[in-house]
Design a protein around this ligand. Sequence first.
Ligand code: PEP
Length: 250
Amino acid sequence: MPRQFFVGGNFKMNPSTREQKKDIVKILNDADVDPNTEVVIAPPTLYVLSLADILRKDFKVAAQNAYIKNSGAFTGEISPAQLADAGVPYVILGHSERRTLFRETSELVAQKTRAAIDAGLSAILCIGETLEEREAGKCTQIIETQLQAVVRVTKEANWSKIVIAYEPVWAIGTGKVATTAQAQEAHGDIRKFLHRVVSPAVAESTRVIYGGSVSAGNCGELAKQPDVDGFLVGGASLKPEFVNIINSRR
Ligand code: PEP
């Protein structure tokens, strides 16, 4: 079965007012979009439910993070069970901003992935190398280490609930997009890893999306790559060009 194209919008800690949120939703709600693409919008947690209320019903929402526990004394955290109870289907985990700014290790990201799946959520699992690691020829090694941590705590069946977002850290928010060859190579490596370490079926069915300075101008060529199954979009997801990115396979 072909993998359904997936486009996620990561609003990060934007917009800063409820009014701006409505403007973005209006653009999305009025847009003519490819019905074959799964679209998932991840606003700040504070806005997830109010955005879901006004967002067109063929789009889904996601949280940008969740903790490993379902309840308890964890001030400031949000739990996977709470997200599931609120009807939020997806959560982004392991985003590079969380790995670097909030010191999340691959082991913690793996535990979060397991907890999210156990609670009934699907995870958009972010992985990717820094520029230093790429220049040292460690791209594949880093990706595999980040994935291996998740493999250790998940069963084969869990992979149907995971979308892998390959997001080279040097491309996030920098305007420096990976070339189509770099993206295809990394996505191909991820699929080979899944084939070898999990199963050929999981390698074939798991969606691997690209993130890092995706724009209306570069999405078309990237979307043509055989192992690029969609995008996770930061900055451009707040702009009208996000519609072009959703439609990049059209
Ligand atoms: C992201 O935040 O996941 C991302 C890819 O950001 P940007 O598109 O702005 O590079």
